[in-house]
Design a protein around this ligand. Structure first.
Ligand code: AGP
Length: 605
């Protein structure tokens, strides 16, 4: 959950390292630092807090290097302060690291008993100390690097400067992503395509266990066994333009408004408006699939929960779904014919990736619903089910979520057709309904002003409950996550029917309840649950459609979303729910795009 960058340049690198770190801030922003080779010596500049704090340090003390590395941190070991900020140094070695070294304590004890003195609490410093020890023993840099990597357990992506090796940066990856960027007489290392996007669109993705030495014009890549290898050069689309806020105050606001396009782009990969056919990419034959196992985290998990209703109701396919951090240790019995689907915006979430690898090891067919099509999950899954949301920078997932729901909804239709549960006419109708989603999402965003007006009151709440039925119960969970992660208000989501089994004890005049209830077959039931809340003085905000609003009791606040078919209702109600969280967070002056303690991509356990 950190971002790393390295540049072997011919021009000063300070500003370019900072530019890259700003693009990587979504991966973590507790502290930041850069290091560079100046007159043969490695100098560091570091600061607690965001990139702006580092910029202030550099204003006073610029770094005039043409070879350098940079890091923006999400703290795992050691408080977010300057001493623990990267780059970390030991002797001739200065490096930046994304990941967790699981055996760092044992290695640190051994190094300390050999007389080495540590300055930080980080696991990263252990890598620097080990590598410096190997160099001190007379090993050449690449030999020393390999010997160091062989001692590490855990996940890492690193970029390393070695004093005396002025025009070289070493790199390595295991469990955390790292790319090599090919420039004109300059070379780059970065956590992802976005990191090197301002400098080049020609990149090679390192594979698990690879390590590399880059100079001004080339990369020497070695696999985990030390064998020289080539990795394919790709032209990628992570252009600067794609990650600007435009006229919006926050990336999250922009990305909420991007959802009609994101949804349309995503559905175009699955649905043919002319033939009315829904097709699963990668040649997956759903007629041979006996069940689906969905594995994901956070918002992606909630997208999976929504899709379960459709796979089961439309395609009659049983679906098991679990959060990846539980699944990977639960090791469920393997049922032949299971299609394992991981869902991940980044394609790098450590727990989800571990779930994917477990399923592959069991011989299951694996598919990845991913937004980053060159990510580790995309490269390791048997099949990619792409979302086309474009880069999502806001830590709180919005357009990626609705794109995941859209992709999975289209797959449910494809599965239903392949398994003979819908005929061609019904398949064409469902395809047309899904292709309407983009317009309906755009329409649902029109309630923005009404939602903004709710924010001042809701921002005063200490606790907020969300509930709904059917797929809306999953959207209730997602709505609660959105509110808590950007406004820091405690929020919980429940299936409406569950309220009377305990949560209703929480209801009082100070606990707003958000009810998500389109006028579907469950509307009456949900209205009964809402009455139970009102009878206990709970203030209600009801999200419904025109028909539902006619039956809303007096005295409650009602937000009206467009009327839609059940299959697209989660897509239609998602944007208003996201906007509610957004405007409450803005009302509270929270850091919407980079909420405290969070990171966009959780690439460590
Ligand atoms: C969503 O708003 C959160 N930022 C978080 O729950 C996120 O969905 C989760 O970490 C999964 O990330 P992924 O989709 O990149 O795997």
């Amino acid at each position: 959950m950190c971002g790393i960058i390295g540049i072997v340049g011919t021009a000063p690198v300070q500003d370019r390292l900072l530019e890259s770190l700003k693009r990587l801030e979504y991966r973590g922003y507790d502290s930041a630092g850069i290091a560079g080779v100046v007159d043969g010596r490695v100098q560091r500049r570091r600061a607690k807090g965001k990139i702006a704090a580092l910029q202030a340090v550099l204003t006073d003390s610029p770094l005039t290097a043409t070879v350098g590395i940079g890091h923006t941190r999400w703290a795992t070991h050691g408080a977010p302060n300057e001493v623990n900020a990267h780059p970390q140094s030991a002797g001739r070695v200065t490096l930046v690291h994304n990941g967790i070294i699981e055996n760092f304590a044992e290695l640190k004890r051994k190094l300390q008993s050999s007389g080495r003195v540590f300055e930080s609490e980080t696991d990263t410093e252990v890598i620097a100390q080990l590598l410096d020890a190997e160099l001190a023993a007379g090993c050449a840099p690449l030999v020393a690097l390999k010997a160091t990597l062989d001692q590490l357990t855990g996940a890492f992506a690193i970029a390393v400067l070695i004093e005396g090796q002025t025009d070289m940066i070493l790199g390595a990856r295991r469990g955390s992503p790292l790319v090599v960027g090919y420039g004109q007489g300059e070379m780059f290392l970065g956590s992802d395509a976005l990191a090197v996007g301002p400098f080049t669109n020609r990149i090679a993705y390192l594979d698990e266990g690879d390590y590399v030495a880059i100079d001004h014009s080339s990369a020497q890549i070695f696999d985990k066994d030390g064998k020289p290898v080539e990795r394919p050069l790709k032209i990628v689309s992570a252009s600067a333009a794609l990650v600007e806020k435009g006229n919006y105050r926050h990336f999250m606001e922009k990305e909420i408004h991007d959802q009609p396009d994101a949804c349309q782009h995503t559905l175009s990969a699955y649905l043919d408006p002319v033939s009315g056919k829904a097709t699963a990419p990668g040649g997956v034959d759903f007629s041979k699939v006996t069940r689906i196992q969905i594995i994901a985290c956070g918002t992606a998990y909630y997208a999976g929960l929504i899709s379960r209703y459709l796979f089961e109701s439309l395609a009659r396919l049983p679906v098991d779904i679990d959060v990846a951090s539980e699944f990977r240790y639960r090791e469920p019995p393997v049922i032949p014919g299971t299609l394992a689907i991981v869902i991940s915006q980044s394609g790098e979430t450590a727990d989800t990736l571990a779930g994917l690898r477990w399923c592959k090891a069991q011989g299951l067919t694996t598919a990845a619903v991913v937004n980053v099509h060159e990510s580790t999950m995309a490269r390791e899954a048997d099949v990619i089910f792409p979302t086309h949301a474009g880069p999502e920078i806001g830590v709180a997932s919005t357009k990626a979520f609705t794109s995941q729901v859209a992709a999975l909804s289209a797959l449910a239709v494809a599965a239903a057709a392949a398994r003979g549960h819908v005929d061609a006419t019904e398949e064409a109708r469902l395809t047309a309904v899904l292709l309407e989603a983009s317009r309906l999402i755009a329409q649902s965003i029109q309630v923005e002003d009404a939602i903004k007006a709710l924010a001042p009151d809701l921002a005063k709440a200490r606790d907020v409950l969300y509930f709904g039925r059917g797929a809306m119960s999953a959207l209730a969970l997602e709505g609660a996550l959105k509110l808590k992660e950007i406004s820091y208000i405690h929020a919980e989501g429940y299936a409406a029917g569950e309220l009377k089994h305990g949560p209703i004890a929480l209801i009082d005049e100070a606990t707003p309840v958000i009810v998500i209830a389109p006028s579907d077959h469950l509307f009456e039931k949900t209205m009964s649950n809402m009455s139970e809340v009102m009878a206990r003085g709970g203030p209600i905000i009801l999200f419904t459609d025109d028909e539902g609003a006619k039956h809303a009791p007096p005295g409650i606040k009602v937000i009206i979303a467009p009327t839609s078919d059940d299959i697209v209702a989660p897509l239609v109600f998602a944007a208003p729910i996201q906007l509610l969280a957004y405007y409450v967070a803005v009302q509270k002056g929270a850091d919407v795009d980079q909420p405290r303690n969070l990171a966009k991509s959780v690439t460590v356990e």
